[in-house]
Structure formats: structure tokens, C-alpha cells
Design a protein around this ligand. Structure first.
Ligand code: AP5
Length: 285
């Protein structure tokens, strides 16, 4: 069965990527969104068009497209996602990592995995995360420096939730200077609504929202059937405290990156697809 695989950005890319698929011997059809519109199917489309291919080739095509995008880029793709808790950084990063072919590195996810696995790191940070306070700079910087030294982060990365303080940003500039800091702009009210409705899968960690991204069956993960739960730091007292920590310690990073001409603002209120399209346009424009 043919399924939709990757999105293509323009005619030129359709030709180049089509040639790559030919060389790899992967059967496919390239559809432009113009064709789709003529087919009478109306849907909001991202970009110029997309590749239809057998379901079993999808994973390979996603890999080939990521390789193609890496080879096409003259500059690297070292991004940080900045913005208040609940702005949608993690949600967008899980889409953008495939699109840009770079790893998504979330310090929050690293800490939560350590807590789940009851490692030494997990024991150290468990109470800090539940309260909404920040893990000490020294520990967090060492962890990110180590993660960025791994091979998959050489060509680029999306750092989600790091840096969060000026000392973290200064350290990062020393060991892995970023190209762009993407600031997710959103109101406090929207943040509270997003965080209080967030549910996370105990099994695979996928994020949902009871109103905006509801699972098919309430309380059950669509992807793995795991149970959904509310994060300790998504309780209202912790949300209020996290917002204060953000304003006091992380918001100054906006001026820090603006002063270095690396800041790019995106409106974080529309759907993830619309935010991704806005980000693509701004990064390529
Ligand atoms: P971390 O996990 O980084 O938490 P955060 O920055 O507070 O970010 P969140 O994960 O809460 O939100 P998000 O912006 O990723 O939003 P999401 O996509 O989930 O950090 C947790 C803790 O770890 C910190 O408090 C601290 O203790 C510690 N820590 C981490 N990094 C550290 C550092 N560098 N230094 C020190 N300590 C550190 O979306 C939220 C909800 O909205 C979801 O339900 C989602 O479904 C929904 N949603 C998302 N996008 C949309 C959309 N466009 N429209 C509608 N709904 C949407």
C-alpha cells in the first residue's frame, strides 16, 4: 500500500530527491499539492508537495530525505528552542528533528528518563523537577556538553530546554555555539491551559492534550496503548512557580541572543504544522 512519506519544499527538490529515490530503486510517486487540489481533496498542506511510496519504504525515505537535507545545507542547523514551559517546544521539536535531520535533545526528557530508571542522576534531580525549580548549572552543563560530543550531534541539533540561564548560555557558546535561538512566543494564560491539560504516556513518553491533541481513547496512548498520566510539575502550584522561574532566569536569554543577532521569534499559538511552516520560512528566508 502506498502511503504519504516526506514533504518536499519546491520543484527543484522534487527533481533532486526523485533522482535519489530512482538511484536507490525505491518505487514512488511525487505529488504536488497543486495536483492534490485538482483531485478535489482540500486540506491544509505544508510546502510544495510530497512523496507517496510503499509503506515498508517509509523509514528509509525519511532517512534519505534527512541525509539529502543535510547535504543541501551550506550552513549547519544548530538550534535552541527557547520559550516558557508549555509553549510547545517539545511538540514542535519532535516534528522538526525529522524535517531537519538532526537530533532532538531535551534536558527535561534526559532528567525524566533518569528519574524513571532510578539512576544516581535521577535521585539527585527528582525533587527539583517536581517543584519546578532548576537543576544546578554545573550538573546540567556537564550533561549537555557530554551529549553534544556524540557523533549524531556534529552536523546539528535542536536543544530543547537548554540553555535556561545566562551561565548555561555562556558555557554553550564556548563548547557548541548555536546558529539560531528560536523563541516561542505565547501568553501566560495559554501556557496554563496547555500544561494543565497535558497528559504523557507512561510507556513511550508521547505527549497529548485533553483538548488540543486528545488521544482516541481517553487516558490511553494511541501509539503504544500505555497509560497516560499528569506530570508532577503540571500541577497548578508547580506551573505558577515554573513561570516565575522562567521570567526570572530564562527570559533574559532573549536579550542575550538578540544582542548576538541569533534570535528568531515564532508565534507559538497556532497549530504545530503552522508553526513549523513559519519556522521553515524564517530559517530559509
Ligand atoms: P522541560 O521538560 O524542559 O520543561 P519545560 O521547558 O517547562 O517545557 P515543557 O516540557 O513543560 O513544555 P514544552 O514547551 O516542551 O511544551 P509541550 O510541547 O510539552 O523541563 C522540566 C524540568 O527539568 C525543569 O522544570 C527543570 O527542573 C529541569 N530542567 C530542564 N532543563 C533544564 C536546564 N537547562 N537547567 C536546569 N534545569 C532544567 O506542550 C505542552 C502541551 O501543549 C502539550 O499537552 C501539547 O500537547 C500541547 N501543545 C503543544 N503545542 C501545541 C499547539 N501548537 N497547539 C495546541 N496545543 C499544543
Amino acid at each position: 500500500m502506498y502511503v504519504r512519506t516526506v514533504d518536499l519544499r519546491n520543484d527543484f527538490e522534487a527533481q533532486r530527491f526523485g533522482n535519489i529515490l530512482e538511484q536507490e530503486g525505491i518505487p514512488h510517486h511525487i505529488k504536488s499539492n497543486h495536483d492534490t487540489a485538482l483531485d478535489g481533496i482540500f486540506q491544509m498542506e505544508l510546502g510544495w508537495g510530497y512523496v507517496m511510496a510503499p509503506e515498508e519504504s517509509k523509514e528509509r525515505i525519511v532517512e534519505l530525505y534527512a541525509e539529502y537535507r543535510r547535504s543541501e545545507r551550506s550552513d549547519s542547523m544548530k538550534l535552541i528552542f527557547l520559550g516558557p514551559p508549555g509553549a510547545g517546544k517539545g511538540t514542535l521539536a519532535s516534528v522538526a528533528k525529522e524535517r531537519y535531520g538532526v537530533p532532538h535533545i531535551s534536558t527535561g526528557d534526559i532528567f525524566r528518563t533518569a528519574i524513571k530508571n532510578e539512576t544516581e542522576l535521577g535521585k539527585k534531580v527528582k525533587g527539583i523537577l517536581a517543584s519546578g525549580a532548576l537543576v544546578p548549572d554545573e550538573l546540567t552543563i556537564a550533561l549537555v556538553r557530554d551529549r553534544l560530543s556524540q557523533a549524531d550531534a556534529k552536523a546539528g541539533f535542536i536543544l530543547d530546554g537548554f540553555p535556561r540561564t545566562i551561565p548555561q548560555a555562556e558555557a554553550l557558546e564556548e563548547f557548541a555555539p548555536v546558529d539560531t535561538a528560536v523563541d516561542f512566543v505565547i501568553s501566560n494564560e495559554a501556557v496554563v491551559e496547555r500544561l494543565s491539560g497535558r497528559r504523557v504516556c507512561k510507556g513511550c513518553g508521547k505527549n497529548y492534550h485533553i483538548k488540543f491533541m486528545a488521544p482516541k481513547k481517553p487516558g490511553i496512548c494511541d501509539a503504544c496503548g500505555g497509560e497516560l498520566f499528569t506530570r508532577d510539575d503540571d500541577k497548578i502550584e508547580a506551573i505558577t512557580f515554573r513561570l516565575k522561574v522562567y521570567r526570572d532566569q530564562t527570559e533574559p536569554l532573549i536579550a542575550y541572543y538578540r544582542g548576538r543577532d541569533k534570535l528568531l521569534e515564532v508565534d507559538a499559538t497556532p497549530s504545530p504544522d503552522e508553526i513549523q511552516a513559519d519556522l521553515d520560512g524564517k530559517l530559509n528566508g
